[in-house]
Design a protein around this ligand. Structure first.
Ligand code: GTP
Ligand code: MN
Ligand code: MN
Ligand code: MN
Ligand code: MN
Ligand code: MN
Length: 213
């Protein structure tokens, strides 16, 4: 509830101008016309420092997809899936492997939804879940055992949440990659709403990324 209010309040100030919907609004777009997909941002507090100097802040997981674009783990909810969360759990099992069994994604982890009409009509639901660093590392260690590893998923990665002294290395360079669907916007919104990166640094990184591309 609180999470959703924060998401709505944050709007899309730093992303592209598409609108975030609540779960209720999003569920009015019904299959089979509209396909529903669920993806999740998993993160953990990360106390380390790069080169002993630069705070890492958090470990945020994303993946390199088969199509060369960056996105979050998750996928389409199938008609056989009992709920959005069951569909997401199945996709996480396929894409993250056996470590995903420990995740227990629940309705409480829901963040927001976006609709897109091109190339097809998809309602993309987004979840956010905080883990301990130990849990996140356990996922990473077993991810190569996933059924989709090397196929639909080319690898997991952590997002650099700092900007190097040149003003482009780190988060700005990461943001200038190509992302699937709304994934870039989803990432920026969560970094802002959950205070994973100081607001001013995030704004500068988004600005620097824009100049790079
Ligand atoms: P298939 O086995 O090919 O069905 O893949 P999948 O079920 O894993 O689906 P996928 O993860 O590719 O996502 C389904 C839909 O959501 C596609 O239309 C993608 O364009 C879109 N999508 C994929 N990843 C993300 C993401 O991280 N964020 C958002 N917003 N959309 C995504
Ligand atoms: Mn080295
Ligand atoms: Mn999948
Ligand atoms: Mn997927
Ligand atoms: Mn799938
Ligand atoms: Mn698949």
């Amino acid at each position: 509830e609180k999470k959703q209010e924060r998401a709505a309040a944050a709007g899309c100030s730093m992303g592209e101008p598409s609108r975030a919907l609540s779960r209720e609004e999003a569920l009015r777009f019904r299959p089979p016309c509209w396909k529903h997909a669920c993806h999740i941002l998993l993160y953990a507090p990360c106390p380390g420092r790069l080169f002993g100097m630069i705070p890492l802040r958090y470990a945020v997981l994303m993946q390199m997809r088969f199509d060369g674009r960056l996105g979050f783990p998750g996928g389409f909810v199938d008609p056989q899936d009992g709920s959005l969360e069951e569909g997401l759990s199945r996709e996480l099992q396929e894409e993250l492997g056996p470590g995903a069994a420990l995740l227990q994604v629940a309705e409480n982890d829901y963040f927001n939804s976006f609709i897109s009409e091109k190339p097809r009509q998809v309602v993309a639901h987004f979840y956010v879940k905080q883990l301990s660093l130990e849990q996140l590392r356990a996922l990473e260690e077993r991810a190569t055992q996933a059924k989709d590893h090397g196929l639909e998923v080319m690898g997991l990665m952590r997002v650099p949440l700092y900007t190097l002294r040149d003003g482009v290395g780190g988060l700005p360079a990461f943001l200038s990659n190509t992302f699937i669907g709304n994934a870039r916007e989803q990432l920026i919104q969560v970094l802002e709403v959950f205070h994973l990166v100081p607001r001013e640094m995030l704004q500068k990184a988004v600005h620097a990324a824009r100049k790079m591309s």
